[in-house]
Design a protein around this ligand. Structure first.
Ligand SMILES: [Cu+2]
Length: 484
């Protein structure tokens, strides 16, 4: 970490300023109603902080013993003067991490599969809960809950733990953990072997009848789908963001594409969790979040909040899961109680070796914050936004196409409930945008840019959803400028 008491030429929030506030200060001030872990709060209180008048009573902040050096104060004022830049952590500035001891470790399913003992235990545990019906009960939770808003990551962190707890109840499997599927490499064989290849519905669920089976693409087709949908590219671009909200929004794009890329059952929230691959796919999403938290030094509640640009209120919302408690004293979980994976759940992830070297850049869309000037010449890319698609009107998961003279230029898939109008989380964010970056040459000779919506359900085969009914979205096109 840089020395904050030296003069810093271009201080940013994420690299420097967030570290100016000591944990004790943060806790003390939170009691007084100031949340200085939050970028937005520090920004709005910056004048008071820099003039040391944050606290109107006789107490000084920070307390005299840990008072800021003059250089630190200068750094803070420079940051104000520069327009409060949030900043980005480059790969070399990201924190390294070591695997926690004395906790359960979730591993790569490819590694579990190559260890006879571990593989057999995982199979036994899965067969156990499928036979007992517990698998059905847990998978059914996803039929009615659609947590793909800001609660997405915390919700699914609890959800996979619920399955893991169930697996551990099976005889001889008390120490089993849910492995993750790292989809950046080849698809491991085990995902196409029983009991992980498919699930048979013991009763009717949604469009599936009793005795029906989950379906997904054959292995090689899945691989091709993932490549064509650029699941890994979208993931890498999302992971490179240092702002939590951006990380969340952009990685969800990759998550949704992955659901579609796996196959039909996984395309619909009502039934996706019945396909066993769901669990390994989602353990990987949880691992991706955790790794991002580790790299951003955001593994605790206090430090996690320093990555927010907006409000932290959602952290207090209840989740439909309970803390591990004896029956009779069930305490509902909130998102707060999910942030520190090791503390809250007693597990850690062993990340794949292949992830050691990564150098993605966050993809920015549309306008940029003007701090250092922008380069106008040599612009070769445009950002295209399909703006304000009213997804509540669209019956279920869909794919939106951007067409240049009727030919598909780009597409993006969106994972949602079949009756989004009935879903409270969907209602909150009814209008959604779809962003693409396109080389200028691809559209400059085109006469007509249009948009089409394709509903994923089989009964919509060959029919487009009328775009006028989807809230008549607009197309915004902007030149993509580079920083100087
Ligand atoms: Cu999912």
């Amino acid at each position: 970490m840089p020395d904050f008491d030296e003069i810093i030429p271009k201080p940013t929030w994420i690299q420097h300023i967030r570290h100016f506030f000591d944990g004790d200060d943060l806790i003390y001030l939170e009691i007084l109603g100031f949340d200085l872990a939050l970028y937005s709060e520090v920004k709005s209180l910056a004048a008071k902080i820099s003039n040391k008048i944050l606290l109107t009573n006789s107490e000084e902040f920070p307390e005299p013993a840990r008072s800021w050096s003059n250089n630190r104060l200068v750094n803070f004022r420079r940051w104000m003067q520069d327009g409060f830049p949030f900043g980005v952590l480059s790969p070399s500035q990201k924190a390294s991490y070591t695997l926690k001891k004395d906790v359960s470790i979730r591993e790569n399913i490819a590694d579990v599969s190559s260890n006879k003992q571990k593989r057999e235990k995982l199979i036994r545990a899965f067969n156990g809960i499928i036979t007992s019906g517990e698998y059905f009960e847990i998978a059914s939770i996803h039929t009615d809950y659609c947590a793909h808003d800001e609660l997405f990551y915390p919700w699914h962190r609890c959800y996979i733990q619920q399955l893991e707890n169930a697996l551990r109840q099976v005889d001889g499997c008390h120490d089993v953990t849910i492995p993750y599927w790292d989809f950046t490499g080849p698809v491991p064989d085990i995902l196409y072997e029983p009991p992980f290849d498919l699930y048979t519905f013991p009763k009717d669920v949604w469009d599936y009848r009793q005795g029906g089976k989950t379906d997904r693409f054959p292995r090689n087709e899945l691989q091709t789908e993932f490549e064509e949908r650029d699941v890994v590219g979208l993931l890498n671009a999302g992971k490179a963001h240092s702002i939590w909200e951006n990380f969340h929004i952009h990685t969800i794009n990759s998550h949704d594409e992955g659901h579609f890329g796996i196959g039909y059952t996984m395309t619909f929230p009502e039934v996706s969790a019945f396909d066993p691959i769901f669990w390994f796919y989602h353990a990987n999403w949880d691992r991706i979040w955790w790794k991002w938290q580790q790299e951003m030094q955001a593994t605790t509640l206090l430090t996690f909040k320093t990555t927010f640009i907006g409000s932290a209120k959602w952290l207090n919302k209840g989740l439909p899961f309970y803390e591990n408690q004896p029956i009779g004293s069930r305490i509902p979980k909130t998102s707060k109680g999910t942030i520190d994976l090791v503390q809250c759940f007693g597990v850690d992830y062993k990340h794949p070796e292949s992830e050691k070297e990564e150098h993605s850049q966050p993809r920015t869309y549309g306008s940029k914050v003007l701090t250092n000037g922008l380069r106008l010449h040599n612009t070769q890319k445009v950002s295209i936004r399909i703006k304000e698609v009213d997804r509540l009107q669209i019956p279920g998961s869909f794919t939106i196409y951007l067409l240049a003279d009727e030919k598909p230029l780009r597409k993006r898939s969106f994972f949602q409930a079949s009756t989004p109008k009935k879903c409270r989380t969907c209602q909150k964010q009814g209008k959604v945008n779809f962003d693409f970056i396109v080389p200028l040459v691809d559209i400059q000779d085109c006469n007509n840019l249009t948009v089409r919506v394709e509903v994923a359900r089989k009964d919509w085969d060959d029919l487009w959803f009328p775009i006028a009914l989807a809230g008549n979205p607009t197309l915004n096109i902007r030149l993509l400028l580079e920083d100087m």
